[in-house]
Ligand binder design. Structure first.
Ligand code: FE2
Length: 245
């Protein structure tokens, strides 16, 4: 009987049905994510503990804050794979992509694109958290014309993106996929992002869920939300494309 009331802090494999996490920052020391290899390996252990079978790593490409190059990131990803194998980590490292910010450097990037893609198909992009870049839709259109499928990261986190206006539907009509952060559903980014995240999923707008794991703080929050019944119900009720990756 006592067991029923005992707080259980062990993570549950809640995200097993998603299968693949397609948004996280686990290349050490290239962005605001993991600060060292050991932290990256610990994050991989957490992703495994909460049920993921595969992880696609997506460091920031952001001008001028994170001036990463594709060649360097691929090299570092190979190192991460080696270290994870040596540490006996079982979760599959399923590829290296990027989280590309549509910023003042993005137009130049489009002139000779060599995006690191998710599943050889999708490019994960993000907007500024403060205001949308001028010409953003044209740049997305340009990407689509070049054959890339575009996923917009965490639309629930852009306060200027009015979810009751026509803007999001316009993006969806343009063929943009939306990816909500799982931690938004647990309130990690505040009540407003949480409300928006649930609403977007309930409206059927969301194709992917991502953890956006950066470090141990995110890992703790991820472990905690595996006990969240409301999130469990969302995973039971709605279908996402993570397990197609
Ligand atoms: Fe991210």
């Amino acid at each position: 009987m006592f067991k029923l009331f005992k707080k259980n802090n062990e993570p549950r494999p809640l995200f097993a049905t998603l299968g693949t996490d397609m948004h996280c920052h686990l290349i050490p020391m290239v962005d605001d994510g993991s600060k060292c290899m050991e932290e990256s390996l610990d994050c991989l252990r957490t992703l495994q503990a909460v049920g993921y079978k595969k992880v696609i790593v997506t460091p920031h490409f952001q001008h001028p804050r994170f001036p990463n190059t594709e060649d360097d990131i691929v090299r570092r990803y190979e190192q991460l794979c080696k270290e994870a194998a040596a540490a006996g980590i079982e979760i599959k490292l399923g590829g290296i992509a990027g989280e590309y910010r549509i910023d003042s450097g993005f137009k130049a990037r489009l002139e000779s694109p060599r995006f690191l893609k998710i599943a050889d198909k999708y490019v994960l992009v993000e907007f500024s958290l403060h205001q949308q870049m001028m010409g953003c839709d044209e740049m997305i259109f340009d990407m689509q014309m070049k054959g890339y499928e575009v996923i917009l990261a965490h639309p629930e986190r852009y306060p200027y993106l009015n979810i009751d206006g026509t803007r999001i539907e316009q993006l969806l009509n343009q063929g943009v996929y939306l990816q909500v952060n799982i931690l938004s559903l647990g309130g990690f980014y505040g009540d407003e992002a949480k409300r928006r995240a649930f609403t977007m999923i309930e409206r059927g707008w969301v194709s992917f869920l991502g953890t956006d794991t950066h470090n141990a703080l995110y890992c703790q929050a991820l472990r905690d939300i595996t006990h969240n019944r409301k999130i469990e119900k969302v995973l039971e009720k709605y279908e996402f494309l993570n397990n197609t990756l």
